[in-house]
Design a protein around this ligand. Structure first.
Ligand code: NAP
Length: 252
């Protein structure tokens, strides 16, 4: 398995790419560069990376909702690197209600992304940390649903199945200058992005514990035959405490 190291110089070069500065950095053969470079480098278009931190048996929480921390220390640093390189981090209402995440960058040097909370019906409390703590947050609501005036809000029309369209959300974020997007979960939110075929990379970060039951990291519509399974081009990278599956999708 390829082992990722990431020197301070390489991280500084990635942050320079993120801010649009040219960099003459030579990454050598460290696979960490290839993990982060596509999210860091601004190419003038959209880039969407979804990430899941899960157990060996694909769970992200116990049946009682205990979810923190599933990732080991290196998986946690990996997540914070992704946040630092993204313009925006997207989560669903379920994740905020269950975990009350801050969605800021604390484990590495770098800027915190704009927080985007998909809460179509307004069930996230206003004192949730991602709404009440310092930093920009955008709420995503269904058209016709009331939103607090103090929080920047995008209203989207629900589709026939009641879901808000991931493509429309990405377009609304792009209009606000937010092109590189980290989709941090939970499973329902990642599913919407995967099913809309807008995910460029999926990072599944596996920590060596077995929970045995509880919420899944990923959940898609049932298929009958394995020929229908998604088969992204995947590289496996040892982060240290966790193993990363870096999956590349052909997107729409
Ligand atoms: N380990 C990890 O990487 C990680 C990361 C995040 C969360 N988690 C875990 O994941 C669990 C929560 O996951 P979850 O799947 O239940 O919830 P979720 O994806 O966080 O949120 C789902 C809810 O968000 C809203 N939503 C998201 N996308 C939508 C869309 N396109 N259109 C309409 N509504 C949308 C809906 O809210 P309404 O129900 O109000 O309609 C939906 O039910 C928790 O146990 C948490 O600990 C784990």
């Amino acid at each position: 398995m390829i082992v990722a190291r990431l020197s301070d110089e390489a991280w500084a070069a990635l942050l320079a790419l993120r801010s649009g500065e040219a960099t003459a950095f030579d990454p050598g053969d460290d696979p960490a560069w290839a993990i982060y470079e596509p999210l860091a480098r601004r190419r003038g278009g959209r880039f969407v990376l979804a990430q899941v931190g899960q157990s060996l048996d694909g769970r992200v929480a116990t049946v009682d909702g205990d979810a923190a921390p599933i990732s080991g220390p290196d998986g946690f640093v990996h997540l914070h690197r992704l946040r630092a390189l993204a313009d925006a981090v997207v989560v669903g209402a379920g994740c905020v209600v269950a975990d009350d995440p801050r969605l800021t960058v604390r484990e590495v040097k770098g800027p915190s992304p704009v927080r985007v909370v998909i809460d179509p019906n307004g069930r996230v409390p206003l004192d949730a940390r991602c709404l009440s703590e310092a930093g920009r947050t955008i709420l995503v609501r269904a058209e016709g649903s009331m939103a607090p005036t103090a929080v920047e809000t995008i209203h989207l029309p629900p589709a026939g199945d009641g879901r808000l369209c991931a493509i429309a959300l990405l377009a609304a974020l792009s209009e606000r200058g937010l092109h590189h997007v980290l989709v941090e979960g939970g499973a329902a939110t990642i599913r919407n992005f995967l099913e809309a075929e807008v995910v460029d990379r999926l990072h599944i970060c596996v920590a060596p514990l077995i929970i045995g039951s509880g919420a899944p990291g990923l959940s898609l519509a049932p298929i009958s035959r394995l020929t229908e399974a998604l088969r992204p081009k995947t590289r496996t990278v040892a982060l240290g405490s966790d193993v990363l599956f870096d999956c590349a999708f052909e997107r729409r």
